[in-house]
Design a protein around this ligand. Structure first.
Ligand code: NAD
Length: 411
């Protein structure tokens, strides 16, 4: 089944629980605007190559659409539509005034020179500039796009418009209007919700072991932040493997080791383990922060954690979800757990619109308020409907979107 078929099935499931009518379900299953573009880029060898790109603006009832741009050879429309829908849910869960969008280009960016990457990014903006803008649709980085690419895109947009417009895109370098705290925002937001979940499960930080899969942007910041909060990080991993120390890892030293050797593996004093073993370790909290589909029907039964905080997008399959539910594992779903990133993107946009910039502490404190409140609201919603947190988060988000559509007279 394609990923968007899965999304529609999930919508049907939640719609039944919420008792939505046919018109509401149809609206939720229909992206508002799908743009597919094909554009030329002059390569370093002088040849012209053509690329396919997409931008899906799924729902804008609650505000301008918001969502990242992905560069990947396997980008396709079904994936972009699904990611755009999840963005609409994510923004609604944390209560920031955005709809959901996503974009992508079918390309292997690792095969391009810097000049080709810049030309590709500028050409994409030329193709979609009419439909983006600070009050229309605000892109951001996603897989294999970064602040430099956002800078090229901003520059191209501003050249076309003939004016400064930093609020058209987020995840920019600080010099071009990026926000303090954006780099660590996803992990920081995840740390706040982990802390809320631990409180509810009666887990005291210094007696709580945390295992993190993936030691990239999200995972390494998460390990550092949570360990600073007093939790014990017992295992971390990257694509090459993981390390375990039941007494607790010194995360700063693990990071230095990875910088030197390219992996967390072989960290002195710790035991090497595989990623498969890591997911099945005895621990209190498991944080998948790498890829999708990591906890499946094949290993869900072996998960020993009491709480899972989904920093990655889609790390748990629907089959695994059912098994974890039966085992009584609390799964803090991705649309809540990793929403810190888009929340600080929202702060960046607000600062751009005002032309007034906040210090790091202000960003941190505002993020904390939003994330802890969102956790409480998701928890109450799942309690009201007697469902798990994932369904609770979906219901909370869908209610907000439907209410906005109703207020506009669209349903
Ligand atoms: P990243 O590329 O910086 O890091 C990914 C990490 O996962 C790397 O350490 C890599 O070695 C590791 N990895 C890859 N394959 C693995 C495997 N099979 N087992 C274990 N580890 C493996 O990416 P990121 O930005 O940290 O994103 C990670 C996840 O978090 C993704 O699902 C992403 O969609 C999600 N996310 C990230 C952000 C953000 O702001 N960075 C925001 C929302 C969601």
């Amino acid at each position: 089944m394609s990923v968007f078929e899965n999304v529609k099935e999930n919508i049907d499931y939640v719609a039944k629980t919420m008792k939505l009518d046919e018109g509401e379900v149809e609206l939720l299953k229909s992206p508002k605007r799908i743009v597919q573009v094909n554009f030329p880029v002059k390569m370093d060898n002088g040849r012209i190559r053509r690329f396919n790109g997409y931008r899906v603006q799924y729902n804008d009832a609650r505000g301008p659409t918001k969502g990242g741009i992905r560069y990947h050879p396997k980008v396709d429309l079904g994936e972009v539509k699904s990611l755009a829908f999840w963005m609409a849910l994510k923004c609604a869960v944390v209560g920031i005034p955005y709809g959901g969008a996503k974009g992508g280009i079918e390309v292997d960016p690792k095969g391009l020179s810097d000049r080709e990457l810049e030309s590709l990014s500028r050409a994409y903006v030329k193709s979609i500039h009419e439909i983006i803008g600070p009050t229309k649709d605000v892109p951001a980085p996603d897989v294999y796009t970064n602040p430099q690419i956002m800078a090229w895109m901003l520059d191209e947009y501003e050249k076309i418009r003939g004016e400064h417009s930093p609020g058209v895109i987020t995840g920019k370098p600080i010099e071009l209007g990026g926000s303090q705290g954006r780099g660590s925002a996803t992990a920081q937001g995840g740390a706040f919700v982990l802390d809320e979940a631990a409180r509810i499960q009666n887990l005291k930080p210094n007696k709580t072991s945390v295992v993190v899969q993936g030691f990239g942007n999200a995972g390494s910041y998460m390990a550092k932040i949570v360990s600073k909060m007093g939790y014990k990080i017992t295992a971390v991993s990257d694509s090459k493997g993981g390390v375990l120390d039941e007494k607790g890892l010194d995360v700063g030293k693990v990071e230095k080791h990875k910088e030197k050797t390219g992996s967390v593996k072989d960290f002195v004093g710790a035991k090497n383990i595989s990623n498969k073993e890591l997911l099945e370790l005895e621990c209190d909290v498991l944080v998948p922060a790498a890829l999708e589909n990591q906890i499946t029907k094949d290993n869900a039964n072996k998960v020993e954690a009491e709480v899972i905080v989904e920093l990655a997008n889609g790390p748990t399959t629907p089959d695994a979800d059912k098994i974890l539910d039966k085992k009584g594992v609390m799964v803090v779903p991705d649309i809540l757990a990793n929403a810190g990133g888009v929340t600080v993107s929202y702060f960046e946009w607000v600062q751009n619109l005002y032309g007034y910039y906040w210090p790091a502490k202000e960003v941190h404190d505002k993020l904390e308020k939003i994330m802890r409140k969102a956790f409480g609201e998701v928890y109450s919603k799942s309690d009201e409907y007697k469902t798990n947190l994932r369904t609770g988060a979906w219901i909370l988000a869908i209610e907000k979107i439907i209410n906005a559509e109703r207020a506009r007279g669209n349903i």
